[in-house]
Design a protein around this ligand. Structure first.
Ligand code: NAD
Length: 367
């Protein structure tokens, strides 16, 4: 991510960061710094570990936060009868900003994904997932710098499924002109605002001629208003092959919900894995920052999780809040730790625990 990259110009969602009033003109510099209220949703699995690690590092920047901690996930179902209590949604509506850990969703049954529900209830229509080679991390390809813009509100994630007759199930893929045009416009505006050159629309319109055909038509229409940004299109299967052979050909990529979910994990793998890629779920009224990764039940509670992905999401948040100096200091410290290669977590080939990594980042920030 470049310095400017994470400032999302297309949303009004910066929270009511309050400046303490100057009483007699004698207020200290510390007192006049804005205080940012952020809803903190630790989630489950490795969520609480990586969120706590991130909060520790954010606190060390000197930026003033008020954390409104909210619980969601399977653990709250007995108390609230739902994995996503209204109080969590209302808290984000109020603060307009959230930093969220992953929340597990039962496979093949059980409650609906609280992650998808939160995005829908808050109309967080754009999921921005940047992935680029980071200093000190060995990757299969150099110079990968891709931003996946994923439509976040519809497609097969509409969750409209039913049994037609026993043994036959129908799952509806909803694609609308409104949502497709909105995400295409977002991708082009993002590209323009961040000095990027190209937008690639990813689709399967050769098979799903109506649904993906409509998505593609919307991208084409929007592209005509952005003569300064190159536009191309690619079928999703070929996209996967191109990504693992010539990833440098991609810049900003825009796609429907399901393709975006899959492609962003693939792209994460190109730059070091799920442990390093952050994201922002963006709407007109709120932004929820979270890692691309899930709750990683295989390593939860073992102190092995890499908090970089949530930390990079938090860096995006700092930039959105105008705390660019703090964002740069966090990023520089993480990169210094990567380059020293002493306190690297297991997913990146090292042996450090989450705690050791955090300590190393804090040392790099203050040292
Ligand atoms: P996952 O992303 O949780 O894990 C995939 C692999 O990556 C695992 O081997 C895991 O150990 C590793 N990994 C992920 N994050 C890591 C980190 N920070 N540090 C080190 N290693 C890390 O994917 P999954 O196993 O398919 O999903 C687990 C659960 O998470 C599921 O219930 C799924 O629904 C949920 N999920 C939630 C979100 C979200 O909250 N936004 C996103 C994806 C998946």
């Amino acid at each position: 991510m470049s310095e400017a990259e994470t400032a999302v110009a297309t949303t009004g969602a910066t929270n009511g960061s309050a400046k303490k009033a100057h009483k007699s003109g004698a207020a200290s510099a510390e007192e006049t710094r804005p205080v940012h209220t952020v809803t903190l949703i630790p989630g489950d699995g490795i969520g609480p570990e990586v969120i706590d690690a991130t909060v520790q590092i954010l606190e060390a920047t000197g930026v003033r936060f008020v954390w409104d901690r909210q619980e969601a996930g399977a653990g709250v179902v007995p108390r609230y009868g739902t994995a996503l209590p209204d109080s969590v949604v209302n808290a984000v509506v109020k603060s307009r900003l959230a930093l969220k850990g992953p929340i597990a969703t039962p496979v093949g049954g059980g409650f609906a994904s609280p992650n998808v529900t939160l995005r829908k209830r808050l109309s967080l229509y754009a999921n921005v997932r940047p992935a680029r080679c980071l200093p000190g991390i060995v990757t299969p390809f150099p110079n990968v710098d891709i931003v996946v813009v994923r439509e976040n509100s519809e497609d097969l994630y509409s969750g409209i499924e039913h049994v037609v007759v026993p043994g036959v199930v129908e799952s509806l893929k909803i694609i609308t002109e409104v949502a497709s045009t909105r995400i295409a416009r977002f991708a082009f505006e993002y590209a323009r605002a961040n000095g990027r050159k190209k937008v690639t629309a990813v689709h399967k319109a050769n098979i799903m001629k109506l649904s993906d055909g409509l998505f593609l038509e919307c991208c084409r229409t929007v592209s005509r208003s952005f003569a300064d940004i190159e536009y191309d299109e690619m079928i999703v299967d070929n996209t996967c092959m191109q990504l693992v052979t010539r990833p440098q050909r991609f810049d900003v990529m825009v796609m429907e919900n399901l393709y975006g979910d899959i492609i962003s994990d693939l792209v994460s793998g190109l730059v070091g894995g799920l442990g390093v890629t952050g994201s922002a779920n963006i709407g007109e009224e709120a932004i929820v920052y979270e890692a691309v990764h899930g709750s990683a039940p295989d390593i939860a509670g073992k102190g092995l999780a890499n908090p970089t992905a949530v930390l990079m999401s938090a860096v995006m948040m700092l930039r959105q809040l105008g705390e660019t100096d703090a964002a740069r200091r966090v990023e520089d410290a993480v990169f210094a730790v990567f380059q020293e290669h002493r306190w690297i977590t297991r997913d990146l080939g090292g042996t450090a625990t989450t705690e050791e990594f955090v300590r190393a980042v804090l040392d790099a920030m203050t040292g």
